[in-house]
Ligand binder design. Structure first.
Ligand SMILES: C[S@@+](CC[C@H](N)C(=O)[O-])C[C@H]1O[C@@H](n2cnc3c(N)ncnc32)[C@H](O)[C@@H]1O
Length: 256
């Protein structure tokens, strides 16, 4: 099953996940600053409670909790949640973490929230219209009336024109202790693609390679908008990176 392989992928990646960033702490702060501004400029209610329903190891949840939101972070991967808890504790940050599938939020997560977020290309792990529709309905069910959903995905309108076969390697450290992370993408005709996520660790004498596999679907923004609309969201709009300063296009959608 798709969810089982996604769970396995992120369980295996949990301890290495920060290696995809040059400096994870800097990323946490930069993303929170921008997302807080997006919330302040777009929320139509006074927003305090926030659910990050694909929080992973906590990149957005940890940063936003420092802006005084009351944050709940959930994710499919128990290992990512375990690490997120440790990272929040290390930083003395209070977040309520739990394992939950964003296709089952209604039954698996308690409470309703002013803001629900799902950032950094989490929703495209759902490969079919039906699965994204079910997830959207579940996200909507966790939102207060007039609440705001914020999601971010890769710019697939652009990527589908080129169908690139790899990402740029992120290289950290020096010849004495180095990590290299990058992805290789194999495209299918239906705009899904297989990701081989490589992490290479070692020093000048010996490198060890870890290869983890996952699947994504390259959703065009119009396709995602239509599915969110069908699920009951209103006033759906996209903020492009040049407008928000965020590194991915952001979808904003309201429960009116
Ligand atoms: C690219 S990571 C982003 C994580 C986090 N938002 C960040 O930026 O560090 C995608 C996340 O989506 C989660 N995910 C994928 N499918 C999910 C599902 N069905 N329910 C909940 N989380 C899911 C994965 O476990 C993973 O943590």
């Amino acid at each position: 099953m798709q969810n089982q392989s996604t769970k396995k992928f992120y369980n295996e990646l949990a301890m290495d996940y920060h290696l995809i960033f040059n400096d994870w702490d800097v990323t946490i702060n930069e993303q929170a600053k921008i997302l807080n501004k997006v919330i302040q400029e777009n929320s139509i209610i006074d927003s305090k409670t926030l659910l990050d329903c694909s929080c992973g190891i906590g990149t957005q949840a940890i940063g936003l909790a420092q802006y005084d939101y009351l944050v709940t972070g959930t994710d499919l991967s128990p290992k990512a949640i375990e690490r997120a808890k440790e990272e929040a504790e290390k930083r003395n940050i209070d977040i309520n973490f739990a394992v939950a599938d964003f296709m089952k939020l209604e039954s698996q997560v308690e409470g309703i929230f002013d803001i629900v977020i799902s950032c950094d290309n989490s929703l495209p792990h759902l490969l079919t219209d039906e699965d994204l529709f079910v997830a959207s309905k579940n996200m909507l069910s966790k939102m207060k009336s007039n609440g705001l959903f914020i999601g971010s995905i890769r710019d697939y309108n652009q990527l589908l024109e080129e169908k690139p076969t790899s990402t740029k390697p992120n290289i950290k450290g020096s010849e004495k202790n180095r990590t290299i992370s990058f992805q290789v993408w194999d495209w299918n005709d239906d705009n899904t693609y297989l990701v081989n996520h490589f992490t290479i660790k070692g020093d000048e004498n010996n490198y060890e390679t870890f290869d983890r596999k996952s699947q994504y679907r390259a959703y065009k923004r119009d396709e995602m908008t239509a599915l969110f609309k069908r699920a009951g969201f209103s006033k759906i709009k996209w903020l492009m990176p040049f407008e928000s300063g965020y590194y991915q296009p952001i979808i904003l959608a309201y429960k009116l």
